[in-house]
Design a protein around this ligand. Structure first.
Ligand code: SF4
Length: 413
């Protein structure tokens, strides 16, 4: 087992832990934001229904802001108010509702997991964090802890980005907060801190504090309910060494949780010295040629051709305008020819490169890809028969396009 961390990075005084829990919960009761999943979790008498609501909201909230999620969550719960209803939905319906929320595999896995609960677990949700994580696809340690504590009252902690920030500041943890060693310590800390009688509220309170007070750039330390327990704040106010009689400072070097010796405490940053993260890898640069094929529909309104992406990989199963990834550094003339070849092979229509009109470029940032779409258009005035052996495709009006399972990137296009 690794050595226990130095005292300045620990919560070891039971009286302090009790006081911190009390202050945080009192603040949460007074200041928490009203969010639809919180209202449901607080008023729904059936624990499995609570769990379903928390689960949907937590999956949507991964990588997405609360303000964006609210509308998606409300529409989702209206369409599929129970796990059983979701289990009967088609993946196409799920993708349509998810369109614009990003990270589409989240919706897909949520639905797969709902089917699993109905078909293999007799419709009953697993009730502990351990079982939730083990039995449900797409449910990781964080989501399992959130569902188990909020819906079933299990005294188990949670660690998400907000909690990482708050805990690193409370205990001056300046080592890379994405490293497994630090993450393990934070989980230990979250499990030790969680309030035994109100675990769900405590976890939500800690996350709420990170989202609204202990924010990344300009935390509102003066308004913080746990400021008297915050070692980063003490360090900012009093400098080094911290005037805390019962806490040893780590001294120079050697501590696995302190900032690295090469990047020591920077007094101009104050509490935002914490947390620290290893530098992110640069996103991969990619270019894709995409063509908006247009025809007059039977009622005279323009229609556009969309094609379905493969069922795995990026944007799995979503619909897009016919597209072709481009090699780096290809001249405009060459990319136009490559796209024309692709469309010719695919539609059987005598597409010539000169007939493609260059509309412009659209940039979309996926988490790990800096994607540029080079957009062309091509009006067609005849009937195109597409080979059904190729990817599924269909003609849609503009309105139908927006209601389809298409990504935000394609909406930009
Ligand atoms: Fe965060 Fe400041 Fe509160 Fe410390 S005192 S937990 S840094 S808001």
């Amino acid at each position: 087992a690794p050595d226990p961390p130095p005292a300045q990075h620990l919560f070891s005084d039971p009286a302090e832990i009790e006081a911190l829990r009390g202050s945080l919960l009192a603040w949460y009761d007074k200041c928490k934001r009203d969010l639809p999943w919180r209202t449901l979790a607080a008023t729904e008498p059936d624990a499995d229904r609570r769990a379903y609501a928390v689960w949907v909201s937590e999956i949507m909230l991964q990588q997405t802001q609360v303000a964006t999620v609210i509308d998606y969550y409300n529409r989702w719960m209206q369409k599929w108010p129970t796990l059983q209803a979701l289990a009967q939905a088609s993946l196409e319906e799920v993708n349509e509702l998810w369109a614009g929320l990003g990270y589409y595999s989240r919706g897909k896995r949520l639905q797969e997991a709902a089917r699993k609960v109905v078909s293999e677990l007799a419709g009953r949700m697993p009730r502990t964090a351990e079982d939730l994580q083990k039995l449900l696809p797409g449910v990781g340690r964080y989501t399992a802890g959130a569902i188990a504590s909020i819906s079933y009252g299990q005294a188990t902690g949670v660690v998400d980005g907000n909690v990482i920030r708050v805990l690193c500041r409370l205990r001056c943890i300046g080592a890379d907060s994405s490293s497994p060693a630090v993450i393990d310590r934070l989980w230990d800390m979250a499990n030790a801190l969680v309030d035994r009688s109100r675990p769900g509220d405590f976890n939500q309170a800690l996350m709420e504090l990170g989202a609204t007070v202990c924010v990344p750039k300009a935390p509102l330390c003066g308004e913080c309910p746990v400021k008297q327990h915050c070692r980063a704040r003490r360090r900012k106010l009093f400098g080094k060494p911290a005037p805390v009689p019962d806490v040893e400072d780590c001294g120079v070097g050697g501590c696995a949780l302190c900032p690295p010796a090469t990047e020591p405490w920077d007094s101009s940053l104050g509490v935002t010295n914490f947390p620290r993260k290893a530098v992110k890898k640069q996103p991969r640069v990619a270019r894709t040629a995409t063509c908006v094929l247009e025809r007059r529909g039977c009622h005279g309104a323009p229609e556009y051709l969309i094609v379905q992406r493969p069922s795995s990989g990026l944007l799995a199963g979503l619909w897009e305008f016919p597209s072709l990834p481009l090699a780096q550094g290809l001249q405009e003339e060459k990319q136009r020819e490559a796209l024309a070849d692709h469309l010719r092979a695919w539609t059987g229509w005598p597409v010539v490169a000169g007939g493609l009109r260059l509309i412009g470029e659209v940039v979309h940032i996926f988490s790990h890809i800096h994607q540029t779409y080079v957009v062309y258009s091509l009006p067609l005035d005849g009937h195109v028969t597409l080979d059904p052996a190729l990817s599924p495709s269909r003609w849609v009006t503009e309105e139908e396009f927006h209601a389809s399972a298409v990504s935000t990137a394609m909406k930009k296009v």
